[in-house]
Structure formats: C-alpha cells, structure tokens
Design a protein around this ligand. Structure first.
Ligand code: HAM
Length: 429
C-alpha cells in the first residue's frame, strides 16, 4: 500500500470543516484591517531563500526541499529550485518584481502550504500551512513606524480572541538594527570563545559564521552555556530603543498584554527591531502558534528599493490543534435527507434537491433503490435534521412526508411552497 509521505498528512472531514471555519474567520478579520490577498508560487529560485532567510539558518542549511531543474537542452544545466519553506521572501520578491511600492503601503495576506524537512512530531510537519501577513512599503508611507508593529500585534490578539483561543502569551523582543547586531555578534563571539569547544558541532560553526544562530540550538547540554550569553537588549542603539518603547506604549494603550523575552531572536536572519511569538500552553513542545517581526533591510538585500516591512505567520496546523482542545466540532450536517422511494422517483427527488439547494438548504440525496428503512438509517447516521420522503403516492397526492429526525414527528407538506416551508423549519432549529 502506498501511504502519504512521512511528515505529510491528509486533512479529512470533519477536521477540514474546522480549517474552513478558521480560514473564513481570518479572511474576515483581514478584511476589516484592510489587508488584501496575495498568492505567490509554491517554488522559487533557491537563491531567494538563501539570501533572505540566511545560509546559516537551520531552514536553509538543513531543511529545504531543493532540486536542480532540467535545463532546456541536455547540456544546459537547470536552475536550482526550492519548495518554499516560508512566504515572506516570496512576497518581498513579488513586491520588487511588480513595483508594488507604486501603491504606497501594501498590506498583504496569504494562506498556503510551506515545506521544511524537519523531524515530524505533533504540531510539526514537513508540509504545513501558514496564514501570514506582511505590511511593506516606502518609509514615506509610514512603513517604519512602530504604529505598524502595534497594529499587527493587536490584529493578532483580536484574531486569536475571535477564534476562541484563550491562554495565548505574546513574547516580545527587539533584535535591533544591523549596527546593533554587529556589536552584539562581536560580544557573542567573545563570550563564546572560551566555552564553544564544549558545545555541539553546529554551535562551533555558528560561533564563527553567525553567532546569533547559537540561540537556535536545541541540544540540552548547550543550554546552560547559552543561558549565560549576553542579551541583545543591552546592545540596542537609541532609535531602536525608542522604537521598541513606542510599540510597547501603544500595546498598553490598546490593552494587548505581552511579556518581554530578550532571548527571543527568531530562526530567520532577516529580522530587525521588533520580533515576536505567540505561544499557547496546550500545544506541548511545539508551542509557538505564530511568529514574526520586522525586516527593514530585506527588500534592499534582494535588489529592491528601501521598503521597511513587518509581518507574521501563523502555523495553521497548530492553530487548528489548539482549537480542537477547546472548540466544539464545527462539522457540517445536512438539513434534509431526501429519500426517493421506488422506480422513477430519482428524477423527482433531484428536482426537489435542486430547488432546496438554491435556497441554501443543505441536502443529501438518497437513491430510489433504497428501502425506506435504509434511507432513514442513513439520514440519522449523517446527522440530518429532516428526512423528506418522495414516493409515488406523495407525487400523486401533491404532498410530501417531512420527518423531523430528532423528535420523530412527521407532517405532510404540500408541493406548493415546499421549499419555503422546509427552509423556515430549518432556520427555526
Ligand atoms: P516561522 O517562525 O519560521 O516564521 O514560522 C511561523 C509559524 O509557522 C511557527 O510559529 C509555527 O507555528 C509554524 N511552523 C513552522 N514550521 C512548522 C512545521 N514544520 N510544522 C508546523 N508548523 C510550523 C516564518 O515563517 C516567517 N516567514 C514569519 C514572518 C512573516 N515574519 C515576518 N513575516
């Protein structure tokens, strides 16, 4: 038997109803905050991720699905392509490619699959889904303002509250600007020098190439050393400190609670200034339900104009997991099961089903070869609210038997006005 590839999974009903519920709700929230949807390709040139996410990150160095495309001729070497491990790089590429700055501030959102070759476990998959948003534009459009950071964080708090996700915790930090980072990296290098030989091989390499990435280390023995390293908060220059203070002031003013975590540096290289994660207790080890931050130099590093930006991505798989702990099932059940009874009744039933569905009534259609007992059993199994019986007698008399499957009550409803009658009964429940 061929099974789904390790780390990928089928999303089956009724869980897919929960996914649709989440996506409908987030689209509604994005609309109110005046965000518009963008859809970028699922694969891009490998260079895009290497240059934005960073060569030294776990994502680029270990987790990408990369392949050499076929060239146009046998001797022609193809491009190196990669399944997107995240969507910010693709959005910024599209921003540059389509000169989206002509529209001023761009507020874009996306929903779609991402791919990382991580070790699969609960809440961690090799194909997973993100719901993300990016606010990007020229500084003259206000893209650098701490007001954008606070607005995005307030949106997230609203979104999680609306979905009924209680107990989230916003962890906030500033990772400063490239100047701060240079000083901080130097301090890290110095602090690591005497201890790095006791650390894992990855950290020994990171200590030389990109010391900030030492914070991505998951090796338990390295953690006491990492805990004693200097903190970025001591290396922020005045503009970065002011920016961070103002983000916090607005969050307090609008009543969004947060915790400062100056160990939070995030696992991607493009971040500057504000960095954040929302965690959720019910998720176990993979407790980051979403993450994001500012990336003020990213557009320039990809060959674009100055375009400060900030964004986030929610792990939709984790969001749904968190909802499953709290929410009731949002499974869709039919309003009416139509039971055609006897030869020639399928056509009559199809006509009725068509009328009802056009009135937004959810209909499941049986088959004329089923006996009444089987039809009613099927209807109950599906959780239908009513069964409508369509037999020769009903067609002749012009009145159809409508059975309420939870009370067992049955009424005869005339053919004229049948759809209106059913719709009003369905709405009353
Ligand atoms: P990230 O922290 O790498 O950030 O991913 C964001 C979220 O995606 C995580 O918090 C987690 O919920 C989910 N996620 C990541 N990897 C997996 C996985 N293997 N399985 C399930 N869920 C996963 C980014 O991707 C940035 N692009 C976010 C961003 C947007 N920053 C600025 N704009």
């Amino acid at each position: 038997m061929i099974r789904a590839v390790r780390g990928t999974r089928d999303l089956l009903p009724p869980e897919t109803a929960l996914w649709n519920y989440v996506e409908t709700m987030v689209r509604e929230v994005f609309r109110v905050y005046n965000f518009q949807e963008i859809r970028t390709p699922i694969f891009e040139e490998t260079q895009l991720f290497a240059r934005s996410v960073g060569e030294e990150t776990d994502i680029v160095s270990k987790e990408m699905y990369t392949w050499e495309d076929r060239g146009r001729t046998a001797s022609d070497k193809g491009q190196s392509l990669t399944l997107r491990p995240e969507n910010t790089a693709g959005v910024v590429r599209a921003y540059i490619e389509h000169k989206l700055w002509d529209r001023g501030l761009n507020k874009l959102y996306y929903i779609g699959p991402q791919f990382r070759r991580e070790r699969p476990q609960k809440g961690r998959y090799r194909q997973f889904y993100q719901i993300g948003a990016e606010v990007i534009g020229p500084p003259t459009a206000g893209s650098e303002s701490p007001a954008r950071d606070a607005e995005l964080l307030e949106l997230l708090a609203t979104l999680l509250d609306r979905l009924g996700i209680a107990d989230w915790c916003l962890q906030l930090n500033s990772v400063g600007c490239p100047n701060d980072r240079a000083a901080y990296n130097e301090a890290l290098r110095k602090a690591l020098e005497p201890v790095v030989s006791n650390m894992c091989v990855d950290c020994q390499r990171r200590a030389v190439t990109n010391p900030l990435r030492v914070f991505d280390c998951k090796v338990p023995e390295d953690q006491p050393i990492i805990d004693k390293l200097p903190r970025i908060s001591h290396y922020l220059d005045e503009p970065c400190r002011n920016h961070f203070d103002e983000v916090q002031q607005i969050l307090k003013a609008v009543g969004v609670p947060f915790t400062i975590n100056d160990r939070l540096v995030r696992g991607l290289d493009y971040y500057t200034r504000t960095a954040f994660e929302f965690t959720h207790g019910a998720l176990g080890a993979q407790n980051a339900i979403l993450g994001g931050g500012r990336y003020d130099g990213l557009s320039e590093s990809l060959g674009g104009p100055k375009a400060p930006g900030i964004g986030f991505a929610i792990g939709e798989d984790r969001l749904v997991l968190a909802l499953q702990q709290t929410a009731e099932s949002v499974q869709c059940k039919p309003d009416v099961y139509i039971a055609p009874l006897g030869a020639g009744m399928n056509a009559e039933a199809a006509k009725l089903a068509r009328e009802l569905r056009r009135q937004e009534v959810v209909v499941e259609l049986g088959d004329e070869t089923f006996r009444l007992k089987k039809s009613l059993e099927t209807a109950s199994k599906l959780g239908a609210r009513f069964a409508l019986i369509v037999g020769e007698n009903e067609v002749k008399s012009g009145a159809f038997a409508l059975k309420n499957l939870s009370t067992g009550d049955q009424v005869a409803v005339p053919r004229d006005g049948l759809t209106d009658e059913i719709r009003s009964r369905v709405q009353k429940l």
